[in-house]
Every structure is written in C-alpha cells, then in structure tokens.
Design a protein around this ligand. Structure first.
Ligand SMILES: [Zn+2]
Length: 61
C-alpha cells in the first residue's frame, strides 16, 4: 500500500525558555526570616527551598 501524500511537518518549535519563578527569582531558594519566642523576635534569616517551584527556579503553571 502506497502511502498518500503526507502533510509536511512544521519545523519543531524551539523550546521556550522556562520563565523564572517569582518568589525566588529563579534561584529556587528563598530567604526565610526566623522568628523565635512569643514576641517573634527576628533572629536571622535562613535559606529555604522555594515552595512555589520546589527548588527548580522555574515558574510552574
Ligand atoms: Zn521559586
């Protein structure tokens, strides 16, 4: 069986660059302020994984 005319495939589109995650600005890490005690005194900052992108730094839909 001869195959009929095939529709030409369009060239594959270049992969779009992943958009940066907002909260971590594409780093995948966000600084968290650490509070202690009832007065919630700030004792410093700690690097934490970005929960918006789970550390990938790429924005998810
Ligand atoms: Zn993020």
């Amino acid at each position: 069986m001869a195959t009929k005319k095939r529709t030409p495939r369009p060239a594959p589109a270049p992969e779009p660059e992943p958009s940066k995650c907002g909260p971590c600005n594409g780093t995948g890490v966000v600084a968290r302020t650490v509070h202690v005690g009832r007065k919630r005194r700030t004792v410093g900052q700690q690097a934490g994984i970005c929960l918006a992108c789970f550390g990938t730094g790429e924005a998810t839909d």
